[in-house]
Design a protein around this ligand. Structure first.
Ligand SMILES: [Zn+2]
Length: 428
């Protein structure tokens, strides 16, 4: 295998050091390292982080390969600095059997760009009626540990309880898309001042908060492990803070877009801003940033949701929900958390690598940058500025809400087990 010597990188934002990568592992860290056989990567001024881990992506394969494939999604992930992503189960067919999750797992390994860990559906066909083959998916080659009906809420309390009980057998976690279905029938955007003015059907914060409240109580009752997907309201943060204060095994994620964008953008009626859960208010954004900074929210997860043009370039009311995220996530986190002084780079490593890897029970990811550890790494130039050009994205879809925006930071290189998947900001 090849050998790389990263020169003068600031590990987790600290002092500049050299890092030697050999045979897939970190072989040395120090000042003035030399290795004759190594390819040198000059990294002065750049930050070295553990490879990012995403708990929440939609890669659309099988079934909607016109929007994304595992291969194009893995390319987008690598360019975004990710070395592992979790692919949600709401594909066609749904990833609710060992066969389907093994197929997704294999496609990720074949891509070679990023480890793709399939999320297993909680219920058969995401229908919310019968538990899927959770144990068979856990025992499969894909080794599934995260289960979610994401896109839909497991709203039946008995089914949710059974799922929480079942996953305990293999240290799994149920990742809930918290959306009370009756309270959100026909909902188009956040319920509030803007929805009132626009006359669009509102999506109340309580629809999210009531499910989270129920689920943390259920989780405590059965002694299991819950992960809350894409937390979007200040009230949800308060419930999570309370649940954690009780010592319950509850974790949560926030998306980059909920850290930056608000429902004011819906005034444009541009469906690129239509997303589930919806963009909320500035007060919610402030609460989410604070919660990510203090650890109440454990992780950033992209909810990368590619859609082809025909599903987005249409009227607001009929447009699909979701936005791209993999290739811009780190820049949005830098802008909202690092450049604002809320989080340092070690904090970014924790929220975007260490904790998500732990929640997903991944081996080899989210590890410390230390000799003997797997060389899953990302080099970031925090001083770079770039304008987001949708046509330049590696994703097969174009529905980024950041088109034309100038964002801070650039992923310069990504290493997956010592092999560059991205070098000089381009796919290797
Ligand atoms: Zn969701």
């Amino acid at each position: 295998m090849s050998t790389y010597l990263i020169k003068d990188a600031r590990i987790l934002g600290g002092d500049a050091q050299d890092v030697l990568i050999r045979d897939g592992l970190i072989a040395g860290i120090g000042a003035g390292l030399a290795a004759e056989d190594a390819t040198v990567v000059e990294a002065a001024g750049q930050i070295l982080l553990p490879g990012l881990v995403d708990l929440h992506t939609h890669l659309r394969e099988p079934g909607r390969e016109d929007a994304e494939t595992v291969a194009t999604g893995a390319n987008a992930a690598a360019l975004g600095g990710f070395t592992a992503v979790h692919a949600m189960a709401n594909t066609d067919p749904v990833a609710d059997t060992a066969g389907t999750v093994e197929q997704v797992w294999r496609l990720g390994q074949e891509s070679g760009r990023c480890d793709v860990h399939p999320v297993g559906a909680v219920t058969v066909g995401l229908a919310g009626k019968r538990l899927a083959e959770l144990g068979a998916m856990a025992d499969s080659a894909a080794r599934v540990r995260v289960f979610s009906d994401d896109g839909k809420c497991v709203d039946d309390a008995v089914i949710m309880r059974r799922a929480l009980e079942y996953v305990k057998a293999f240290d799994g976690v149920v990742a809930q898309h918290a959306q009370e279905p009756r309270l959100t029938e026909g909902a188009q955007m956040n319920e509030g001042t803007v929805s009132g003015e626009l006359g669009l059907r509102g999506w109340p914060a309580v629809a999210e908060e009531s499910i989270i409240a129920r689920d943390v109580l259920l989780t405590a009752h059965v002694g299991s492990r819950l992960h809350v997907c894409h937390v979007s309201t200040a009230g949800s943060v308060e419930i999570l803070r309370w649940a954690k204060s009780k010592g319950w095994n509850v974790t949560a994620e926030v998306t980059p877009h909920h850290l930056l964008l608000t429902d004011e953008l819906v005034r444009s009626y541009d469906p690129v801003y239509k997303v589930n859960p919806p963009l909320r208010t500035a007060a919610d954004v402030a609460a989410l940033r604070e919660a990510l900074a203090d650890g109440t929210i454990d992780a950033v997860a992209t909810d990368h949701a590619p859609h082809p043009g025909e599903d987005k370039d249409c009227e607001w009311a009929v447009a699909a929900m979701g936005m791209l995220g993999l290739e811009t996530a780190l820049s949005i986190v830098q802008e909202t958390m690092v450049d604002t002084g809320l989080l340092d780079w070690a904090g970014v490593a924790d929220r975007m690598s260490t904790r998500p890897a732990d929640i997903g029970r991944l081996d080899g990811h989210g590890r410390p940058i230390a000799v003997g550890e797997p060389a899953n790494l990302v080099l970031v130039d925090p001083g770079a500025r770039r304008t987001v050009e949708p046509s330049e994205l590696a994703s097969r879809s174009r529905n980024t809400p950041y088109a034309g925006l100038v964002l801070p930071g650039r992923v310069v290189a990504t290493f997956l087990r010592g092999v560059p998947t991205v070098i000089d900001g381009k796919l290797a």
